[in-house]
Write a protein that binds this ligand. Sequence first.
Ligand code: KG4
Ligand code: ZN
Length: 413
Amino acid sequence: MPGTGLILGIESSCDETAAAIVERGARTLSSVVASQIATHARYGGVVPELASREHLRAIVPVVRAALAQANVTLGDLDAIAVTSGPGLAGALLVGITYAKALAFASGLPLIDVNHLEGHIHAVLLNEQETQPRVLRLATLAQDDSCYENMGGEPALALVVSGGHTHLYLARPADGSWTYSLVGRTLDDAAGEAYDKVAKLLGFGYPGGPWIDALALHGNPHAVPFAFSQIKTKLHLAGKAPRTKAARTAPIANLDPHFLFSFSGIKTAVLRYVELHNLRPEAESRRDALFTGPDVPARPTVEAALATCDPQTLDLIASFQHAVVGDLMKKTFAAAESLGVRRVLVTGGVAANRELRQRFTAEGSARGVRISFPTLALSTDNAAMIAAAAWPRLQAGRFADSSLSADPSLALGR
Ligand code: KG4
Ligand code: ZN
C-alpha cells in the first residue's frame, strides 16, 4: 500500500487529552499526553464536566505538539484515528469533533477506534518497538500487516483500568485481530477499587500509584481479604450489569470462573477502616497532603509514608495483594481453559509493580508468555489509538461523517 503509513491518533475518552503520530502501527514518532490529574485530584475521581472543559482547552495544543514533535504536517499523514468509545460522552465528543474537522479540512480518512482495542494494541506496539532492529525495519518496509510477525498466535488480553476489567480472546485474522469476550467485572473495575480505597484512606486521585508505592512498606498477608467465587450462571443470566463500567458487554454466556467483582473488597476495606478507627488518620492525611493553599501539586511518597501508621500500610499491602491475586487466578484459569500460551496485560492498573512481578513469575512457571506495555503506554495515550488504526487503514475501513461518541461501546462479542 503506498503512502507514508503515518497515522495521527487522538484520545479523549476520560481524563487525558492525548495525540500521537505512529508509523505503520510499529514506530512512535511522538506521543503527547496532557493529564488532568491536578484538576480531578481533590475530588477523588474524574468529574465529567470538568474533563470536557479541560479537553476543549488542551486538544488543539496537544495535536499541534504531536505533529511538531514528530516533525510532520497533516500533509504527511495517511489517516486520522480517534477514540469513539467507551468513555465519557462529553469527553469523547471533544476528540471526535476535532478529528472530524481535521479530516474534513485535510481530506484524510477518519478511523474510529475502540478504546479497549487501543489498550490491547499498546502491548503490540511496544513489542514492535522492542523487537530487534533488523526485523523491525523489515516490518516497517513491508506493506502487509506488521502483525504477521506476531506469529499468528491467539492471546488472552486482560484490560485492567479505571473503567474496565475485561478478558478478551484476541485472534489474529487477515492482518488484524478479532476479539471475543471471555470475562469481565460485574461491578467496579479494579482501578476503580484502587481509586475508591485510596480516596477512603485520604489519598488523591488517581489512587493506583499511591497504593502501588505504599504497599511496598506493608505486610501483604496482614489482612486476609478473600474473593468469593461467583458460583452459578443462573443468577446472572439476563440480569443487567450493576454499574455503568460493567455495561459494555453482556454477561449471560460467560463462564462465572472468569467474572470479576471488586465492590466487595472495597466494602471490606471500609469496614476495616471503621473497625480499627483509621478514619481520623485518613482525614488528617487528606488535609496535610492534598488540601490547603500551600500543598505541592503532587506530594512525594516519603511525605505520604510519614502520615501512615503500620496498620494502614498493612491494609494497603493486603488490599493490593488480594486484588492482584484475584486478577491472576482468573486470568490464568481462562488461559488454561482456552489453551492459550500468551497473555497481554494492559490498562492503567497494568502499571502496577506487584501485578507485573507476580504475573511474570506465574507466567514463567506455567510456560505462558506475559507481555505488558511500557509504563507510559499502560495508562491512557494516543499512540495505542494510532497503532490500533493501522490494520483498519490497510483494510480501508473508515468512519463516515456521522461518527459520534458511543460511551458504552463494546469490543468483540
Ligand atoms: O487506563 P487508564 O489510564 O484509564 C482508563 O481507561 O480507565 O487507567 C487509570 C486507572 C486508575 O484507576 C488508576 O488508579 C490506575 O489505572 N492505575 C494504577 C496504577 N497506575 C494507574 N493502579 C495500580 N497501580 C498503578 N501503578
Ligand atoms: Zn484506558
